[in-house]
Design a protein around this ligand. Structure first.
Ligand SMILES: Cc1cc2nc3c(=O)[nH]c(=O)nc-3n(C[C@H](O)[C@H](O)[C@H](O)COP(=O)(O)OP(=O)(O)OC[C@H]3O[C@@H](n4cnc5c(N)ncnc54)[C@H](O)[C@@H]3O)c2cc1C
Length: 389
């Protein structure tokens, strides 16, 4: 087997990279170790920045997004007794969209299988090799159990946090920065009409809570919990009661409904540099993780592959190395901006148990809710800085 770009991982990063390259006449093959059903059902992110919507639309993937996605013009910030609205268009001229990662992945898979580049599910033993040469390859076992070699010009490691690509880059040297937060998010999906027009980010003495949604009839809600908590110990009743307490506001209440999914998500920041070794390039969660408070993970993956696609087109069509040589530094500049914003949102909203910290958090929240300058800083980062800034 031979292709120009061998792509490991069919998450948003790998699938979108394949699509962007195909639109520029570059061949690729995507190798994924899970099944199509599994990949399409994985419930994760749901907030798309303006540049993500623009990129998906320009790539011909905007049909369902524009029909079913919900454009949101702000968020509510809440602390006991106060719910304050930040209006993004008036603060920074941009908005965000609510459209689940499951839907983004379904649109990408459908486009790929409808005449797009090959996408192989349920492969195993995937390993990039020879990445320091001009003819790298990927060894893997196909779904029928036969060993295969995919010869390529370039390998893209878009295999998420647990894939093999990052280790191959780090073997040649590099650095990792990591922060594990002493919090986790317990998240639920519920068949319940959202009781709010915008997402509500709520600070509360008993811990952070977030009211979000996936559609006009599906709510997505989160509670800050200790990372040692077990999901079995959280009955639906206990979750709704905690949400009622932490999101309480006079004259308003949380809408309950059947819970269709619940899980606990640990929170960490992680950055691995460089995002390249020879002809192997990392993008998305393979190179970095952010806590979900800033809604940045999926958007960063899209930003990475937008840069990477441009760089690979220039390398493979024009034989120029300038954009691949600067790819890692340019991608990491945005990664660190988003890592800072995600850390800042997390630090402002999650209870550490320390009363001094609590007063600092409330002072910061009051500042964001009363100063246009402070609100604009949040709005610019939340809606996503323009690519390249
Ligand atoms: C459990 C979880 C919950 C999240 N929740 C939120 C949230 O609520 N809000 C938010 O903003 N962000 C959230 N995120 C972050 C966001 O979903 C990710 O940043 C985003 O999925 C990154 O896309 P990606 O394509 O880089 O990686 P991924 O989506 O992880 O895709 C990587 C792909 O590579 C495949 N793969 C892995 N190993 C191999 C291998 N050896 N061979 C072949 N294929 C392989 C995987 O199966 C997967 O399909 C969450 C992430 C996780 C893990």
């Amino acid at each position: 087997m031979r292709t120009q770009v061998g792509i490991i991982g069919a998450g948003p990063a790998g699938l979108l990279l394949s699509r962007l390259l195909a639109l520029q006449g570059i061949d690729s093959v995507v190798l994924e170790n899970r099944s199509r059903d599994y990949v399409e059902a994985r419930v994760r992110a749901g907030i798309l920045e303006q540049h993500t919507v623009d990129t998906l639309t320009a790539a011909g993937l905007g049909d369902r997004l524009h029909r079913q996605g919900l454009e949101h013009s702000g968020i509510h910030l809440q602390y006991p007794g106060t719910r304050h609205t930040l209006d993004f268009p008036s603060l920074c001229g941009r908005s965000v969209w609510v459209y689940g990662q499951t839907e983004v992945v379904k649109d990408l898979v459908a486009a790929q299988l409808d005449g797009g580049p090959p996408l192989l599910f349920e492969v195993s033993d995937v390993q990039p090799e020879g990445v320091d040469t001009d003819s790298p390859r990927i060894r893997f076992t196909d779904a029928a159990g036969a060993p295969q070699v995919l010869e390529c010009d370039v390998v893209a490691g878009t295999d998420g946090f647990h894939g093999p690509s990052r280790a191959t880059v780090q073997e040649a040297g590099g650095r990792v920065w990591e922060r594990t937060y002493p919090y986790a998010w317990l998240g639920i999906l519920a068949d319940a009409t959202p009781a709010t027009d915008e997402l509500v980010y709520a600070w509360h003495p008993e811990g952070f809570a977030l009211y979000s949604m996936r559609s006009p009839s599906v709510s997505r809600l989160y509670l800050q919990v200790d990372p040692s908590e077990r999901i079995e110990d959280w009955s639906d009743e206990r979750i709704w009661d905690a949400l009622d307490t932490r999101m309480a506001l006079e004259g308003w209440s949380v809408n309950r409904g059947p819970v269709t999914e619940k899980s606990i998500l640990p929170m960490r920041s992680f950055v691995s540099a460089p995002m390249r070794r020879g002809r192997l390039f990392l993008a998305g969660d393979a190179a970095h993780i952010v806590p979900p408070t800033g809604a940045k993970g999926l958007n960063l993956a899209v930003a990475d592959v937008t840069l990477l696609a441009q760089a690979l087109v220039r390398l493979l069509q024009d034989k120029e190395t300038d954009l691949v040589d600067s790819y890692s530094d340019r991608a990491l500049a945005r990664v660190w901006r988003c890592t800072h914003f995600s850390w800042w949102m997390t630090s402002m909203l999650h209870r550490s148990g320390d009363d001094f910290d609590a007063q600092l958090q409330l002072a910061q929240l009051r500042r964001v809710c009363s100063s246009e300058t402070a609100a604009r800083e949040l709005a610019e980062n939340y809606t996503g800085l323009p690519l390249g800034s």
